[in-house]
Every structure is written in C-alpha cells, then in structure tokens.
Design a protein around this ligand. Structure first.
Ligand code: ADP
Length: 190
C-alpha cells in the first residue's frame, strides 16, 4: 500500500488537487477536515467537541484525528493506497502515523508538499469563502489564527519529513492544471 501525506498551508490547494490524485493512483482520499465537518453536520458528540475548536481556527486534539484515521485504515478495502489530506498536522500526529503503519511493516511513501506564499493563502481562502461557505473561512481573525497555527504546529513537519527522506515539495502557485502536472510528474515515479 502507498501512503501519501498531502501537505501544505491552509488554502494551498490540497482539497482541489486531491480528486485527480486519488483517481489516477487509485487511492482513498482521507481529509481530516472533511471527516470532522461531516461529524459536525451529523451532530455527533465528536462533532460537537470539534465545532468550537474549528470555528476558532484551532486544532482538534491529536487523539481525535488519529482515531479517525486508524479506523479508516482498518475499514477501507480495495484501494492501492491512501492520500492523507490535512493529517498529520502536528509532530505528535506524524509520530502516531508512523507507529500505526509500522504495525504492518509499512511507512509513508512520500510527503507531497504544496507550497504557496502567505500572501496567497489569505487571497485563496477569501475566494473559497465565497464559494464553499465554510464557517472557518469567513472571519479574517480565524483565518489568521489558522495561519499562525500552521506556522507554529504544522510547519515543523517539513523538517520531520526531510529528515525521514520522504519530503517532496511542489510549487503550488499557478493554475490548477499546472500544479496538477507538477504533482503527477512527481507521483508517477513512486
Ligand atoms: P484547511 O487546510 O483549509 O485549513 P481543513 O479542512 O484541512 O482545512 O481543516 C479544517 C479544520 O479542521 C482545521 O483548521 C482544524 O481545526 C481541523 N483539523 C483538520 N485536520 C486536523 C488535524 N489533523 N489535527 C487537528 N485538527 C484538524
């Protein structure tokens, strides 16, 4: 099985690119953000716990997302791998992922990192707010907190995956097709 970590700041285009990636490489797309939003929509206890955190632009607890991911690894069948979108987001989550995979003698295939400058993050999220209506995209102070959280808690994963020899950076600036071409050029090699 292949395990790809799709990495990047909020608004880098992870969700946009994920669809074509899962189709081309027969992967299961696991977006922790989407999984959490469906828990919120279904009004589950987990959703209730996550809602306030997400709407303030904070992370939900590591154990919550780790549990969601591990249960998908166990239940999803018939794919050639997984595309992890928005997970891991902290070093602790990355270490938990390594442990989950090591139980079956598996490891992360590559961390595919979509990079865009901070100025573009704000612009892309403002644009998405018009289209998707996500509560956490609507308020500038929440978006700023997400960017701060990204720099403080998630960006250290770049060095984590570099040290593991798994880090692959893609320039996320350009049209959807241009970025997709760069991603396929990289992933075709794995
Ligand atoms: P984006 O990457 O655009 O910020 P996501 O849909 O990936 O959006 O995530 C939305 C929110 O869901 C995050 O701001 C965070 O509150 C929560 N979330 C998603 N994934 C994780 C994770 N791995 N760990 C903790 N919180 C998460």
């Amino acid at each position: 099985m292949k395990y790809y970590v799709l990495f990047g700041p909020p608004g880098a285009g992870k969700g946009t690119q994920a669809g074509a990636m899962v189709e081309r490489y027969k992967l299961c797309h696991l977006s922790t953000g989407e999984l959490l939003r469906s828990e919120i929509a279904a009004g589950t206890p987990l959703g209730l716990q996550a809602k306030a955190l997400i709407e303030a632009g904070n992370l939900v607890p590591d154990e919550v997302v780790e549990g969601m991911i591990e249960s998908k690894f166990k239940s999803v069948k018939g794919v050639e791998g997984f595309l992890l979108d928005g997970f891991p987001r902290t070093i602790a989550q990355a270490e938990a992922l390594e442990k989950m995979l090591a139980k079956n003698d598996e490891a992360v295939t590559a961390c595919v990192s979509l990079m865009i400058p901070d100025a573009l993050i704000q612009e892309r999220i403002a644009h998405r707010a018009q289209i998707e209506g996500r509560a956490d995209d609507a308020k500038p102070e929440v978006v700023e907190n997400r960017i701060r959280t990204y720099h403080a808690k998630t960006e250290p994963l770049i060095n984590f995956y570099k040290a593991a020899g798994q880090y692959q950076e893609i320039d996320g600036v350009g049209t959807i097709e241009e970025v997709q071409g760069r991603i396929f050029g990289l992933m075709d090699k794995f």
